[in-house]
Ligand binder design. Structure first.
Ligand code: CAA
Length: 283
């Protein structure tokens, strides 16, 4: 199946990045969120990020304008009725995602595919709330979406070969490199990344080193573009905690226990870059 009309639920940092890349790839995009203000902010972010590409010469001013004109924003899920594929990028919470998928399942034509950008929640379990588990899949993008090459494509237990092929072709059309993985907690990306971030937080918690020193070790010693604590702030400490909880509960292994310092910071509302404070100060 060829996808021409593509829906994105959630206009936060992942959702607006996915809409950005899809629109530049020539797709008609419907982008939704619960509030008009969030959508306006998302469109401003997309325009600003496309300007970086225009300044670099990888996108022309005309391509930017055409791409922006291909994005329709809405606060109602009903606007997704004509989409062949809808990807959900709302908060990392099973109940919230399940509610979105139950509604979409009732609205979309039978042939449409539902995808989740979840970082760790079971694709099989999310598919189970819909009547179309064969047309359900994980399409996991990375932040900043316009820059990062990878889309981790996660097959649930019932995902059909046709669904996989459609989504793989779509990821390529969006200029990304798809990598196929099976549905296990944290998939591959966060099963490997989050224990490193959690261990970096333990190093601060136990007084081994300051956040600056931990990040400098990993940047200068391992050539990571960002240190793990800078990256945790970038991802959002609430999201990191949610993913670690999925790993801890999913595997039942204490090696995934979220560091108490991470729990405390999230309780304090120190969520990283988006709240202005995390391991670093942003304003
Ligand atoms: N849109 C478009 N372009 C962007 C952009 C955006 N949102 N953000 C950055 N860029 C471009 C810049 O214009 C710049 O382009 P040029 O090099 O051609 O000039 C380039 O990306 C690099 O940006 P900067 O010069 O501003 O900054 P930098 O060199 O420090 O790189 C970074 C920034 C790309 C974010 C880099 O630090 C990096 O790769 N960090 C690691 C990011 C990462 O690991 N992401 C994955 C997080 S995990 C996740 O998302 C999923 C999950 O499940 C938790």
């Amino acid at each position: 199946m060829e996808v021409t009309k593509f829906g994105v639920v959630g206009a936060g940092q992942m959702g607006n990045g996915i809409a950005h890349v899809a629109a530049l790839a020539g797709l008609e995009v419907v982008l939704s969120d619960v509030a008009e203000g969030v959508l306006q902010k998302a469109m401003a972010t997309i325009a600003k990020n496309m300007d970086r590409q225009v300044a670099k010469g990888t996108v022309s001013a005309a391509q930017k304008d055409e791409a922006l004109a291909r994005i329709t924003t809405t606060t109602s899920l009903e606007a997704f009725a004509g989409c062949q594929l809808v990807v959900e990028a709302v908060v990392e919470d099973f109940a919230v995602k399940a509610e979105v998928f139950r509604k979409l399942d009732g609205l979309l034509p039978e042939s449409a595919i539902l995808a989740s950008n979840t970082s760790s929640i079971s694709i099989t379990k999310l598919a189970g709330v819909t009547g179309r588990p064969d047309r359900f899949i994980g399409m996991h993008f990375f932040n900043p979406v316009p820059v990062m090459q990878l889309v981790e494509i996660v097959r649930g237990i019932a995902t059909s070969a046709e669904t996989f092929q459609t989504v793989e072709a779509l990821a390529k059309r969006m200029g990304k490199t798809p990598v196929e993985v099976n549905d296990f907690p944290g998939f591959v990306s966060n099963r490997v990344l989050m224990p490193m971030i959690n261990e970096a937080i333990y190093a601060v918690y136990e007084g081994v080193a300051t956040p600056e020193a931990v990040d400098a070790v990993m940047k200068l010693g391992m050539n990571h573009p960002m240190g793990p604590l800078q990256l945790a702030d970038f991802i959002g400490l609430d999201t990191c905690l949610a993913i670690l909880k999925v790993l801890y509960e999913g595997f039942g292994d204490p090696k995934y226990r979220p560091c108490p310092l991470l729990v405390k910071m999230v309780d304090a509302g120190w969520l990283g870059r988006k709240s202005g404070r995390g391991f670093y100060q942003y304003n």
